[in-house]
Design a protein. Structure first.
Length: 357
């Protein structure tokens, strides 16, 4: 299967390695910055590749009708319109998080992918973490019983150098703050693992140490689910001196887990009333990772390729991406209004937050 990557920055290396791991053909790389695509290949150290290089993804779509799968890894504010153009051209897409910066754009991605009959996947690769997969199986098997509450803590560090490297970061037009950029993976896991529908969100955000940004550097929120359970979100880039943790807690009537590590890749607590063979080996499980992105990109690609070939929905589809975005935008709206926000969130965008801080 021929594939392409649009956007050759920080995260694109994980996409190149996922392409390689799945034996796909990297037919094209696209970036508006001259030399960036070529530099990506040098970073990947993948020999024998000869992709075509483009500065215009429209030209790439026109000249390479045989490309079946396109990964979109540009700055966040460009994700939606590029994804829609690729979908309209009949191409399957993997869209880096967040899939859009407005509910309207996210809904249009879901609608048009279904209408055109192409596969659209949100790149929430942490769903494939070994620890997360074990927890999801326990949930599907009913081992938690009724859910009481849960939480996600994303306690990371990002300094001025990170934002200077790419000036679009921390802007309302192209990014949002720590909840949209760093915390959305954890928010996706929390919503997915709690098992119910979120019906309301109440939040507070601040900009404490990054006065050179437009957006927040710390935020906390309370989520209420339709089954009566509740959850909390804490996301920040203010932790000194380096990344501390991304930790997911789930508390049920008959089960408790804590998935920790820097990117929800370790099982710190695994306790269930129906103790089973193998449970003792799960507490203390650690999945080695080389960076905070984890190992899930290759598995996500494998699933999307299989979804294309079998004509089924991807494991992490565009609706999942829209659901995670909805929580972040509801948090933003709650900060802006000072009130709880009821879901579904019909229309809100990161740009509605301009001037908040």
């Amino acid at each position: 299967m021929k594939c392409a990557i649009i956007g050759c920055g920080r995260i694109a290396l994980n996409h190149v390695r996922a392409v390689e791991a799945n034996g796909l053909e990297l037919a094209a790389l696209c970036d508006i910055v001259p030399g960036k695509a070529e530099g990506l290949l040098e970073r990947a150290e993948w020999k024998g590749l000869a992709p075509a290089f483009f500065s215009s993804y429209q030209e790439m779509l026109a000249e390479h009708a045989d490309i079946e799968l396109i990964a979109i890894a540009t700055e966040s504010g460009e994700h939606a319109h590029i994804a829609l153009d690729c979908i309209d051209a009949g191409r399957n897409v993997i869209i880096e998080k967040p899939i859009a910066l407005s509910m309207a754009d996210a809904g249009e991605i879901v609608r048009r992918a279904n209408e055109r009959g192409v596969k659209a996947s949100a790149c929430h690769q942490n769903r494939f973490n070994v620890a997360v997969q074990h927890a999801r199986r326990a949930l599907d098997e009913g081992r938690f019983g009724r859910m009481s509450h849960g939480s996600i803590h994303v306690r990371w560090n990002r300094g001025r150098g990170y934002y200077v490297q790419a000036p679009w970061r921390g802007t309302w037009a192209q990014d949002g703050g720590c909840l949209m950029n760093q915390c959305i993976h954890g928010i996706d896991l929390l919503r997915w693992m709690m098992g119910g529908k979120v019906v309301s969100v109440y939040a507070q955000m601040r900009q404490r140490f990054h006065e050179y940004l437009e957006a927040e550097d710390v935020g906390v929120a309370v989520l209420t689910f339709d089954d009566g359970s509740v959850a909390t979100v804490e996301g920040t880039v203010n932790v000194f001196p380096k990344n501390l943790e991304e930790t997911l807690y789930l508390f049920g009537e008959t089960g408790t887990i804590k998935i920790g590590g820097t990117s929800t890749n370790d099982i710190d607590v695994w306790d269930f009333a129906d103790r089973r063979e193998g449970d003792s080996g799960l507490a203390g499980l650690k999945e080695p990772t080389s960076n905070v992105y984890g190992n899930g990109h290759a598995l996500l690609y494998a699933d999307v390729v299989e979804a294309i070939r079998d004509d089924r929905a991807p494991y992490v589809d565009a609706q999942a991406g829209s659901d995670a975005l909805e929580i972040v935008l509801a948090i933003y709206k709650s900060q802006k209004t000072g009130l709880p926000v009821e879901l579904p969130l019909v229309d809100f965008a990161s740009l509605d937050m301009v001037g908040e801080f």
